[in-house]
Structures are given as C-alpha cells and as structure tokens.
Design a protein around this ligand. Structure first.
Ligand code: GAL
Length: 659
C-alpha cells in the first residue's frame, strides 16, 4: 500500500462546486482554510456537466475550481466522475441500465444506474476518464485518483442478458468444463444438470429455492465484475497519470457486503473507506470500530483513508439523528485510532436541492456561523496536532476472522435457522473483546496468525481445508482459538463436510455434532454455569475435549454447549450456542485472560487503542477515565507522567516515551 498522499492526518470532504455559482467557490476555499480542510474529493457526480453531449466536454469550470483549490493549498482527490451516467447516455442506450432478479429495469432519475458488465457503459466511461487523466493527470493539486464512487452501492449485481453472458464466461474460466460446474453446483438435485454453459442464467427469480452454489458463484462473479471495472479505469489512469496513486472508496460496513474487498486489495494503491454511523443498530460505535478494524485488515495493517463519514445527520436513515456536541471528535478519532491517516466527510456545503439536502455537511444550511461549523473547525485543529501519528501501525493481540465468501454462503436461504446471520457473530465478539480494553485485527482466514495471542472464528460456515489446517497449526504452536457454532460446515462449493459437524474443525476441537437444534424466536436456554443463550443449540458430544458448560434446559438438557481442548501448546474452544451479551463478555474475559491478551484500558465506554507509540484514549462515558500512560498528550499539549485523565466525552492521544 502507498502512503495516504495528504499532509499529516488531514481533514477532507466531498466537494460538489457544480451545485453552486462561482462566487461561492472563492468563499468555499477561504472557509476550507479556516476550518483546516486539507483535501477535497472533487467531481464525483459531475459527468453530465463535464460531457453535456456525447464527445463534447466542458472543463472550464473544473479548471477554475482546481486552480482556486491549488492556490488555497488544498489537495485534490480527483474523481473520475463516472459514478452516474448522464441522461443522454441512458436515453440513447437503455441497454446500459441494470436489471434486477425479477427482470425489472432500474431506471435513471436517481444515481449509479448502470450495469457493471456493460461494454457500452465502460466505453463511454473510459472515454471520459481519458479526457480527465490527460487534462489533470499532472496537475499539481491532484494527489489521488478516485475511481467511480462506492462501486456496488445501489447496483452491486445485475441480472440482464449482457451480465448473463459475462457470468457464463466467468464460469467457463472458473470450471473449464460444464461437467465440473455440474459437480460443483450439485446439479443432480432437482433436475438442474446443464448440457453446456450456454444454458446457464444468472440466478433470476425462481418459483422455489434457488441452487445455493449458483447463488454463491453469482456473488463471486459480481464482486469480480466490479473489480474488473475498477481495473479498467485504474489501468488507464496509471498509463496517463503514472505518478498519482489510484483508489476507490470501499464500503466496509455491516449493511453492505456484496464485494469481497480482500480480493480487491492488491489492485488498490491505498485503501479508502466510507463509513456512516447507523443509528438503527443496537451498538453503532461498536459497528464503527469493527468496520475500521476490518478496513485495516483489508489494507494488510497499513494506514488507510477515511474518505467519507457524516459530520452529523445521515438523511438516508429513517430518523436523521444529529451528533451531540463532542461526538464528532470522538467518532473521527475512532477511525484514526484504528489506522485512518485522514478523515473525510460527505460533504462540504449542505445542498439546497436534491435527494440529500437534509444530509449534514461541514457547512450546514445555517452557514458558517453555526455550532456545527465551529465544531468542524475544532476537529480540523485537533487533527492538525496529530500529524506525527500518520504512518504508524495499530498493535493488536487478537485476530477475528472475517470472510465475505463465508458471509454470502452463510446468509443464503433454506438453512437450519434464518436467525443466524454471519455478521452478528463477528460484531458481537469484536465488541466483547474491545469493550474489555483489548484491540482486535479483523483479518481474512488466510492471514498470518502467528503473532496473535487469541484468534476468534465467528460462524465461519464456509471454509477451506487450508484454513482448517492453518488454525490447527496455529493452536499446536501455542495459540488460543475460539470457534463459534455453524462453522466449518461446508467447503468452497457449499457442499456439506460429512461425518458430523463442525466438519472442518471437528478434530481440532475434539467434538462431534449429530444434529442441529436451533431455537425458535423468543426461546431461550440456560447453561449450567448460569449464562443465558438463544437462537442455537446442537446435539454435541465430546470426542476429546473438556466440557466447560452444558445446556441446563431447552431441547437438549445435559448436552455440552462450551468445550475446551488442549492441543499441542495451545487451546481450542468451541461454543455451540449464541450466548447473550453478558455471557459473551464473561467468556471473552476468560479467554483473553488465559491467552494473555493485553488490555490497555478499563474497557466499557473507554476505548483505548495503540498505534505505534501513540495511545488513543476515547472516553464515551460520562465520568472521567484514568489510563496508564507516560509522555505528552498531543491534543492538549500537556505532559502525562503516570496516567492520563480523560473527562467524559473527551479524548487524549498520548505520544508515549517508550515504544
Ligand atoms: C455515500 C455516497 C455519497 C453520499 C453519502 C451520503 O454512500 O458516496 O455520495 O450519498 O453516501 O451518506
């Protein structure tokens, strides 16, 4: 990964000057300087203005804006402007529009209405990219290229005939022969055997349950297809603007999981991420922390760029919750603590018209004479003080495995319980660990695990033999691992691993399950250690493990629910139920203690993360927190002798004397 190409820990934002008359642009640049804006993302949705008719371009306004920004010392993340096609393109060529699984066209009138496999869309988009790259590829203000926007947002999959043909080509490459496809998809079932690739369609709306491997492969194909699109723009940019790094803004978030970003990472010059706090979630800050740790995992541990977040309200949620005073700083530092080397926002000035006019902005409708703008300026000042943190790396003792393919497969229909959602387990276990004051990396199952004291494997329904072997080697070498229920069930083709669950991990864990016994919504079960669980139980026997807790009631009283096996120099735990939050926290406490995981803070609402020699302390709670540290608090400039005292709702970033 290349370093984030802005100075220090920069504050930035999406800038959409096309929504405003030119006199406002000058005021914008002056206000950006006042607030401490170091970079802007420019032109994301400006195709229709830049190319008002096919092949006729108007760059004059953009030249002027770039000039003003450059004069103002503001770096530019230059968008390729291809995110939303102009009406002339979709009118002349409606075949570029995406089609859903029921065969319905998704019409223009909103944004991002294009089929990822359309060669015609790509041709027109690349023509614009070429113009932009030639014109601005060596402009001194341009430090980064921003391909499209949130590829896959709104349209991550398309079921049209063009996509169908692309899917068949992808399958032919993956399988070579149609016999191999039939084998992988288990098409002997329900008379689905294909005679040739030409007979295969995308998984369109069917009368009954679709073939799950067909669906899984379509998810893989769709992720690859958008990556292919990204590569096409990237290659052109590299050719015409070789000195400027290229990226696109990912959406590592719990409500969007259609791209396997681990497989995208090698093609990104740096990882950029968009994250919006979701007030609908039970624990929005925990989800934010999880996504930040996962973004760092995608970046292979390298610093990353928070491209977009919300300064306050998010209009696409049912209730547009405003950030409370002080929240902006803590939310932004949560990203920085977890590896972000810049903090971007959507957007600079709140729009007066259009679908996002009620989305918050750095300059609200009220104007710069507002508490929001003053808080933004204070954030700009705080980030400026943290400049020296840039480039440092987060240190974590715990790894939590995450795999988008496992998520896609786990969340397909017709499973033992629709209550089991892949991400729920990852989020709950990540929160349990971080609330203890420990730090977790969220990494792919193929990551090198050797440096971690504890590895958590939440609901890894689909897993390869290689993953199972790597975990076994990790434990034998002295590692501690926790596997939670519905893991290791199927191989990469979504075929059951027979002989008893949890298939791939049966031997490592020393257990064997004959039958699942999921619970109905509202049903609970008690364990004999006093904890409470719901959603899941299973008929588990131990073959070579110690029983730590059993179900005390429910469908399987007396059956093991939590087991532990000493393996080589390490320990392998299996949790066969869905513990409630309190019991999860207690188990996390025990596991982290036994594994010797370092806790940097008191936990709870006090988030403590270490980046290189910098200790971030974010106190979400109402009362002051005391955390051991020695050095200088970069935010206040005060010396810290033994410990730093952080008032409720405040933060400290201590440059520690010793690394
Ligand atoms: C992002 C998008 C922005 C803006 C923002 C609002 O997904 O990239 O253009 O729409 O959401 O939250």
């Amino acid at each position: 990964m290349r370093p984030i190409p802005f100075d220090g820990i920069a504050m930035g934002c999406d800038y959409n000057p096309e929504q405003w008359p030119p006199p406002v642009w000058r005021e914008d640049v002056a206000l950006m300087r006042e607030a401490g804006v170091g970079f802007v993302t420019l032109g994301v949705f400006s195709w229709a203005l830049l190319e008002p008719e096919p092949g006729r371009y108007d760059f004059d306004w953009l030249d002027e804006v770039l000039g003003l920004l450059h004069e103002g010392g503001i770096a530019v993340d230059m968008a390729t402007a291809t995110a939303s096609p102009p009406p002339w393109l979709t009118t002349a060529h409606p075949e570029v529009l995406p089609v859903d699984a029921a065969g319905r066209t998704l019409w223009p009138g909103s944004r991002q209405s294009w089929c990822p496999s359309s060669p015609l869309f790509r041709k027109h988009a690349l023509r614009l990219v070429e113009q932009l790259a030639r014109r601005y590829g060596s402009h001194p203000a341009v430090r980064l290229w921003h391909v499209s926007n949130e590829l896959g947002c709104h349209v991550g999959k398309c079921w049209c005939d063009v996509s169908a043909a692309a899917f068949r080509r992808w399958l032919a490459t993956r399988y070579g022969t149609v016999e191999a496809l039939n084998e992988a998809w288990g098409t002997s079932f329900w008379s689905q055997r294909y005679g040739s690739f030409d007979e295969v369609l995308p998984p369109r709306l069917t009368p009954a349950i679709p073939n799950p491997t067909h669906e899984l492969d379509f998810a893989r194909f769709s992720s690859d297809e958008l990556l292919g699109y990204y590569r096409a723009e990237r290659d052109l940019l590299r050719e015409l603007s070789p000195d400027v790094p290229v990226t696109t803004n990912l959406m590592v978030t719990s409500h969007q999981s259609e791209q396997d970003y681990f497989s995208w990472a090698a093609d990104l010059d740096l990882v950029a991420q968009d994250h919006y706090l979701d007030a609908r979630l039970p624990h929005p800050y925990a989800e934010q922390a999880f996504c930040a740790d996962l973004t760092r995992g995608v970046a292979g541990g390298a610093p990353w760029l928070l491209m977009e977040s919300a300064p306050s309200a998010v209009n696409w949620q049912p209730v547009n919750r405003a950030k409370r005073p002080g929240e902006l700083l803590l939310d932004s530092l949560r990203h920085v603590a977890r590896g972000a080397d810049a903090v971007g926002f959507f957007q600079w000035r709140a729009s007066l018209a259009g679908a996002e006019k009620f989305h918050s902005a750095l300059v609200p409708h009220a104007g710069p004479d507002s508490a929001r703008f003053r808080e933004v300026s204070a954030l700009g000042d705080a980030l400026r003080r943290l400049g020296e943190v840039a480039g440092s790396r987060v240190r974590a003792d715990v790894a939590l495995l995450h795999d988008w393919e496992a998520e896609w497969a786990c969340d397909l229909g017709s499973h033992p319980s629709s209550q089991v959602r892949y991400l729920d387990a990852g989020l709950r276990w990540h929160r349990a660990v971080t609330e203890l004051g420990a730090t977790a990396d969220v990494v792919h199952p193929s990551a090198d695990l050797s440096a971690y004291r504890l590895v958590i494997v939440p609901t890894l329904y689909l897993c390869s033999d290689a993953t199972a072997a790597a975990l076994e080697a990790y434990v034998r070498g002295g590692g501690h691992v926790l596997v939670t229920y519905f893991s290791g069930i199927v191989d990469e083709n979504d075929h059951i691993r027979p002989g008893g669950y949890p298939g791939a991990f049966r031997e490592l864990l020393g257990v064997r399950t004959e039958e699942f016994a999921p619970l109905l919504p509202g049903e609970f079960v008690s364990l004999d250690d006093g904890s409470t669980a719901d959603t899941w139980t299973e008929l588990l026997t131990v073959t070579d493990a110690e029983v730590v807790a059993r179900y005390a009631d429910g469908p399987l009283p007396g059956t093991p629910a939590l087991t532990r096996r000493a393996v080589g120099a390490g320990t392998a735990w299996y949790l066969a139920t869905w513990l409630d939050e309190t019991a999860t926290a207690e188990l996390a406490d025990r596991l982290t203690r036994e594994a010797g995981v370092v806790r940097l803070g008191p936990g709870g609402g006090v988030e403590v993360v270490r980046r290189g020699r910098y200790l971030f302390v974010l106190n979400r709670g109402p009362v002051a927190a005391v955390v051991r540290a020695h050095g200088v608090d970069l935010l206040s400039g005060r010396d810290v002798a033994e410990s730093v005292i952080v008032s409720g709702g405040c933060a400290a970033v201590v440059r520690q004397d010793e690394a």
